[in-house]
Write a protein that binds this ligand. Structure first.
Ligand code: AMP
Length: 200
């Protein structure tokens, strides 16, 4: 299927500065490869962790990085000072909705509960037809295997239709993430397009 070039890529990822170098280097590489390919990235504007790595990777290639951050995090001193553009929101809900509205695609880097929340929110919105763009999980160093097993389990135990396994895709490398960003078609609203037979 023909897909338009997706120019604005929202990236979720860890705030922890303590994660291993393999995570930081893949996050940096993702930012760099997206910028080299002319993509603007949108992040949570974090000063630390994989958010900072992906921002720094994009900035190292002259990329455009928009950070979307709630006022309380700015007040806490958590804002990366070198971003191209900053959007300050009143709270977390406004931040996440703003990021989702901007996204031509989303990528989840490894992270903790904050990243899981952002990833699962956007997957759930997509399931409901409220979000239509590709969602890529970057499975650096197999970090996400237990979570992917849990998603398989939701299907096996019939908490979710196998149809919805199309809501996300898994990449092993930043280059593969970019390929998926450009090749996965937009999601058609389940409410208008999915037949009962698909959802068994
Ligand atoms: P986590 O994966 O738990 O580190 O959470 C990452 C997400 O949590 C970010 O996208 C933010 O929403 C939020 N967050 C938590 N701590 C920070 C921080 N120090 N700076 C910026 N964002 C943070």
């Amino acid at each position: 299927m023909d897909c338009p070039k997706r120019s604005t890529i929202v990236i979720y990822g860890a705030s922890s500065p303590h994660v291993g170098d393999i995570f930081k280097s893949q996050a940096f590489e993702l930012g760099a490869i997206l910028a080299k390919n002319g993509r603007r990235i949108v992040t949570g504007a974090g000063l630390t962790g994989l958010m900072a790595s992906v921002e720094d990777g994009a900035l190292s290639q002259g990329g455009h990085v928009t950070g979307v951050i709630p006022q309380f995090m700015v007040d806490n001193g958590w804002l990366h000072g070198g971003l191209t553009e900053v959007i300050v929101t009143k709270d977390m809900q406004e931040r996440k909705a703003t990021m989702a509205r901007m996204a031509d695609a989303c990528v989840a880097l490894p992270g903790g509960t904050g990243t899981f929340e952002e990833l699962f929110e956007v997957i759930t919105w997509k399931m409901l037809g409220l979000f239509t763009r590709p969602i890529i999980i970057l499975n650096t160093d197999s970090y996400y295997e237990p979570l992917l097993d849990m998603l398989d389990r939701t299907v096996e135990r019939q908490f979710m239709s196998p149809y919805f396994k199309q809501l996300w895709a898994v990449a092993k490398t930043p280059a593969q993430a970019l390929e998926l960003i450009d090749s996965i078609p937009d999601w058609l609203s389940p409410h208008s397009k999915i037949s009962k037979a698909d959802l068994k």
